[in-house]
Ligand binder design. Structure first.
Ligand code: ZN
Length: 233
């Protein structure tokens, strides 16, 4: 028997990279999936490549899918990325860095690839503890998508595949995620979290994602390997 296959959504950040490590530890053959969706933080595509190499995935697929014509997000449209916010302010509302329906779109692609690969498990590094603003990171959404997946695919309705949406980080804090990753020998120096990195790929240190990342390393008691650099603005 060969190893079971898993599709793992990978953005090159802490959460998806830890999720890859969990899937590897569970013995899956890894198929990582990254989206070039017109995000302003394009350096994350390079980070996802480094991470895929680190895990020696079976295949790293980069799907080009331009969400800029739809816009509606600070990550894909001419809207400024918020800087210097408190964690309380971040938690108060769904932020402008929310990308409309992004995880529904991404999981739909992952599902299609999983069906072709015969992969029953789709891993996504969503998290509903530290930063619960995004509706498509909540457990209700994940459960609903899993139901859909088993109704929507030929392999599932014919009984050849039972699709599971795996969310190993769902109930972990950022610090717990980092500690889990360190246990699994993740090199976080390969990852990038910043929403607004500088031209050389250095993190801005001021966006919500940078602030949560820094806080996570501090709370985990782990040295922060982040490379900070000048922001474009
Ligand atoms: Zn940043």
């Amino acid at each position: 028997m060969s190893e079971p296959r898993a599709v793992v959504l990978s953005s090159g950040g802490i959460d998806s990279t830890t999720t890859l490590a969990v899937a590897r530890a569970e013995g899956y053959a890894l198929y990582s999936l990254t989206f070039d969706y017109g995000q302003r933080h394009r350096a994350e595509l390079l980070a996802a490549r480094r991470v895929a190499d680190f895990f020696r995935v079976e295949r790293h697929l980069v799907v080009s899918l331009d969400l800029r014509p739809i816009g509606g997000s600070a990550l894909t449209d001419a809207i400024g990325v918020p800087k210097g916010r408190s964690v309380e302010a971040m938690a108060a509302e769904i932020p402008v860095t929310y990308v409309p329906a992004r995880n529904t779109i991404f999981l739909s692609y992952a599902l299609a690839w999983a069906e072709v690969l015969g992969a029953g498990d789709i891993f996504i590094g969503v998290n509903a503890v530290d930063y619960s603003g995004y509706p498509d990171c909540r457990p209700e959404f994940i459960a609903a998508f899993e139901s859909l997946a088993n109704l929507a695919t030929k392999a599932a309705v014919e009984g050849a595949l039972r699709v599971r949406i795996r969310t190993p980080l769902l109930a972990l804090t950022k610090a717990e995620i980092i500690r889990r990753g360190i246990e699994l020998d993740v090199d976080y120096g390969l990852t990038l979290s910043c929403y607004d990195p500088g031209p050389e790929g250095g993190a801005c240190g001021q966006c919500d994602s940078c602030i949560l990342r820094r806080k996570g390393f501090a709370e985990a008691g782990v040295a922060d390997p982040t490379r900070y650099g000048s922001s474009r603005g």
